[in-house]
Design a protein around this ligand. Structure first.
Ligand SMILES: O=C(O)CCC(=O)C(=O)O
Length: 254
């Protein structure tokens, strides 16, 4: 699945892009059901909110054949390959459920700050591409972006409990009015992709409506990690090129 010229332009200007109706409801249902099964388990790769509700399941494509198959789906691989212009490997895989009532915020950050400072990634040549598994609205914890912020490069951020949340004064310089923020809402089956230096975050979810989003982070093989410090389930150490599959991940499932 290739991006059109207008989509490439929008991405270049804003640093993020929402693609509509990419995955079918049958595919979304399969991904939701797999996520539910995964969150029933207690494993070190599954991080939780303060009250025990799931927050992030990292690296579940390593043990889920369905998710493994998804990582090769050309609807995810092709647009990232088109933008990076390189062969890709999987740097990170995760599902963030932002659960009903209890989903906590993700403060403002740039992913590349962590990837560079903690994972030893040289260039912002990795990219998140995410599938909305529920309707994502302004109320249930959609991601917010500062459009164009990816063009400013990496802004240094302190290590706070293993995360590189941005300093409030830096955010206050970037956001001085409501129109400096854009919100990435969509329907289940829509896809969101964003630049490694795009400044983003998300609010908490106090609605009774869950907001599951599945993220694959692909990195250019030439930009593989040099000296990672985070655990391998968060920053992968295998740099095998991904072979895109044209058929749906449901059909290529071994
Ligand atoms: O899922 C979210 O709300 C935000 C996730 C995010 O920005 C991250 O994991 O770096």
């Amino acid at each position: 699945m290739k991006l059109s010229a207008s989509q490439l332009k929008e991405y270049a200007e804003n640093g993020f892009l929402v693609l509509r109706d990419v995955f079918t409801q049958e595919e979304v249902e399969a991904l939701r059901s797999e996520s539910t099964t995964i969150f029933e388990h207690h494993r070190p790769e599954i991080w939780r909110e303060k009250n025990g509700a799931p927050r992030t399941a990292f690296g579940c494509h390593e043990y889920s054949p369905l998710f493994r198959s998804l990582t090769r789906d050309s609807r995810l691989v092709d647009p990232v390959e088109q933008i990076t212009g390189d062969t890709l490997y999987i740097h990170q895989f995760k599902v963030n459920p932002k659960v009903a009532f209890d989903g906590d915020p993700f403060p403002w950050h740039q992913d590349f700050a962590t990837w560079h400072l903690d994972d030893g990634m040289l260039e912002p040549q990795a990219m998140n591409i995410a599938i909305m598994l529920d309707e994502v609205t302004a109320m249930n914890g959609a991601l917010m972006f500062v459009p164009g912020s990816h063009q400013r490069g990496m802004i240094d951020a302190p290590d706070i409990d293993g995360r590189r949340w941005m300093k409030r004064e830096d955010i206050a310089r970037l956001i001085t009015k409501a129109s400096d923020v854009a919100i990435a809402t969509g329907q289940a089956g829509d896809v969101l992709m964003f630049h490694a230096n795009s400044v983003h975050g998300s609010g908490g979810n106090i609605t009774p409506l869950s907001r599951r989003i599945l993220y694959v982070t692909y990195n250019a093989v030439s930009n593989r990690l040099r000296n990672p410090t985070r655990p391998p389930f968060i920053a992968h150490r295998t740099f095998d090129p991904v072979e895109p599959a044209e058929r749906s991940f449901l059909l290529t499932l071994a």
